[in-house]
Design a protein around this ligand. Structure first.
Ligand SMILES: O=c1[nH]c(=O)c2ncn([C@@H]3O[C@H](COP(=O)(O)OP(=O)(O)OP(=O)(O)O)[C@@H](O)[C@H]3O)c2[nH]1
Ligand SMILES: [Mg+2]
Length: 189
């Protein structure tokens, strides 16, 4: 029987990418569209695990469930905004985020997705994907977070927003994290 697995996220753009990324795995992927509380923390693993604890409480033990938290870290700021990028985006917007780095030569950044998964036995597993790049003036559609200001090293000069979804998924932080997670699920199914 095909195993059911629940992805708890309130972010429709994430869900769309994750559905594509996990399409090769023999699973029934369902979504609980809940916005879980997020810790104020710099450890990405701690944030993802705390989100997962809430998800397990909501769904009950025994249901395979995962969450993911995505961060954008600036090298010049020693990793900040990191997981706080969500709140920077909400309060300041893209243009001012780019301006924060204006006085500095170093525009290097990393996009990081941390997945936390609870299996049927309630054991937690963490997977992470990192894509290096730099912060640039917004180019491309602005319908998903900071996609238009992040230019990955591997993209031949395109921002995430200028790439089609399939090309983004091949090199993205989320793509890399879900590659690891999918392999784990296929080995342990
Ligand atoms: O340009 C982007 N490309 C991406 O690939 C991407 N992935 C996430 N984000 C944004 O970065 C913050 C993460 O916060 P986040 O991980 O807590 O997400 P969220 O609160 O929206 O959903 P969730 O926590 O319910 O899953 C939020 O502002 C997201 O919109 C992205 N922006
Ligand atoms: Mg969130």
């Amino acid at each position: 029987m095909t195993k059911e697995i629940v992805f708890v996220t309130g972010n429709a753009n994430k869900l769309k990418e994750v559905q594509m990324l996990m399409s090769q795995v023999d699973l029934k992927l369902t979504n609980e569209a809940l916005d879980l509380e997020e810790l104020q923390e710099t450890s990405l693993e701690t944030i993802a695990t705390a989100k997962l604890e809430q998800a397990v409480k909501l769904l009950g033990k025994g249901t395979p469930v995962f969450v993911e938290d995505t961060a954008l870290t600036f090298d010049e700021f020693n990793g900040l905004p990191g997981a706080y990028i969500k709140w920077f985006l909400k309060s300041m917007g893209l243009e001012k985020i780019v301006k924060m780095l204006e006085p500095f030569e170093n525009k290097s950044a990393e996009a990081i997705t941390t997945i936390a998964y609870a299996d049927e036995q309630g054991a937690f597993h963490v997977f992470q994907g990192i894509t290096k790049g730099k912060i640039v003036t917004s180019r491309g559609p602005t319908d998903f977070g900071w996609d238009s200001i992040f230019e990955p090293l591997e993209s031949n000069g395109l921002t995430y927003a200028e790439m089609d979804k399939q090309s983004k998924n091949q090199i993205s932080h989320r793509g890399k994290a879900f590659q690891k997670f999918s392999s784990f699920l296929m080995e342990n199914n």
